[in-house]
Design a protein around this ligand. Sequence first.
Ligand SMILES: [Mg+2]
Length: 240
Amino acid sequence: MIKVITFDLDDTLWEVTPVLIRAERRVLEWLEQHCPELSQRFSIQAMRAMRMELVKSRPDLVHQISEARRFIMQTAMERAGTNSTRAASLSRQAMEVFLQARHEVELFDAVEEVIAELHSSYTLGVLTNGNADIYRLPLGRYFSFSYSAEALNSSKPLPLHFEKTLEKTGASAAQIVHVGDHIEHDIEAAQGFGWHTIWMNRKGRENISGIKPSATVGAIDQVPAAVHHIDAQLQSAADQ
Ligand SMILES: [Mg+2]
């Protein structure tokens, strides 16, 4: 019997690219107003190059995506001549502007209804590599737990998200289904732990990976039927 369903967030419950583009634009506007020396000193291209250089310089921040972004802003400001106390403070405020926009997500059709329905029969959790926090959204009330890359200092497909879920729920691997859009980070990784998987393939991409999800869906409203199907197969295997 399936007891637990975990969900990836970005590109599984909402589309992430427009959210990130808007969040970055809003931070740039904020910086132009509050730290004009930065945009006067560096072009957007120069900022991008600096970002690449700084990301490489801090491998310790690989899972800390918000802190990495903040650190890059602080360093860029310092290089533009802002003193470091002010740069630290401004970069924290700019990060808040980013995170505010990061949570202005538009849920895919039927997400709220389907999650509410599944919540009545299953324990629901979130396993994300991104910096959206489900508990900052109304949808968060349906989720019993959420593991992010930042909280665990680890990202899928590394084992920690999956190990923590097993520990938290007390469920066995065969009682869990993970739903996600990324064939390696979500599907292959969860299968590696013996979990069932539902691949969210909204754009009907061809699966050339050789990885076989337990089920593939094109939209979230197909998830309840897919879970029931997995359950039915488990039941018939147990009956034989
Ligand atoms: Mg995703």
